[in-house]
Design a protein. Structure first.
Length: 255
């Protein structure tokens, strides 16, 4: 009787019902094949969390989330646990939140030099500078024609004046100085007087086209800034006969 009892106890003590190599007496999951490192319990998804402790036994996930994958609700590639804006897609470098655009100008604040004022991409989110309007207006007035030795503007220049006026009117109240230039040929005092009168004529023509008078001033510099010698041809000296628009403000405007 003792021998039979001892034999029976030995046989049952070494039993491994699920054939997983873990004896039933040590197996926490004796009916299901498992792994020795989990005391005979399985880890179906191979995530290191045994099925018995795994809230997502068929989908791999970290131990710290009970075997479930971390969700990414907004599908932005930033897991909810690291995402400061779980319901709105955004880049990882901004903690999963979209970059703001405070002034709604299409330039993100991170790239916007004027984040609180609507602007343009070509000016890094800042409004178009007055200098840019001045360059455009000068370009529009390039080649403007005056009657010979007079300040009166020839009719073929009307289109140029129209274009320059539209540029200045679009400048949101910018203030500009219209500067008249002549070439070096002739009397310097006469050239200075003529340049002043021509600049004033351009201002009058722009105001007649709807430019606010408070936006414009004029001056002439004669041949002071001419670069082409008097001995050059008339065509070459045309480079110095011009009207230039400059953006000015503050004390320069008040002077």
């Amino acid at each position: 009787f003792w021998q039979a009892s001892a034999s029976l106890n030995f046989r049952f003590g070494n039993r491994d019902k699920d054939k997983d190599g873990v004896l039933d007496k040590d197996d926490l999951c004796p009916e299901i094949p498992g792994l020795p490192e989990f005391q005979g319990c399985p880890d179906t998804d191979g995530d290191g969390v045994p099925d018995k402790d795994d809230n997502c036994p068929e989908v791999a996930g970290p131990v710290e989330n009970n075997g479930c994958p971390w969700p990414d609700t907004d599908k932005d590639g930033v897991l909810d646990k690291d995402d400061a804006c779980v319901d709105v897609a955004g880049p990882a470098e901004n903690n999963g939140c979209p970059w703001p655009d405070t002034d709604n100008d299409g330039v993100l604040d991170k790239d916007d030099k004027c984040p609180n004022v609507p602007g343009l991409p070509e000016y890094k989110g800042c409004p178009k500078p007055q200098e840019a309007y001045a360059v455009e207006a000068t370009g529009a007035l390039k080649g403007i024609f005056f009657n010979f030795n007079k300040a009166s503007i020839r009719p073929e220049s009307n289109t140029k004046l129209d274009q320059a006026a539209e540029v200045i009117k679009s400048s949101n109240g910018g203030t500009f100085l219209v500067v008249g230039h002549t070439d070096v040929k002739g009397n310097a005092n006469y050239n200075l007087k003529l340049s002043r009168e021509r600049a004033a004529s351009v201002v009058a023509a722009l105001e007649a086209r709807g430019v606010n008078p408070s936006q414009l001033k004029s001056k002439g510099v004669g041949s002071a800034e001419a670069t082409v010698p008097a001995s050059a041809s008339n065509e070459e000296r045309m480079k110095d006969r011009k009207v230039v628009v400059e953006a000015i403000s503050g004390s320069a405007w008040e002077a």
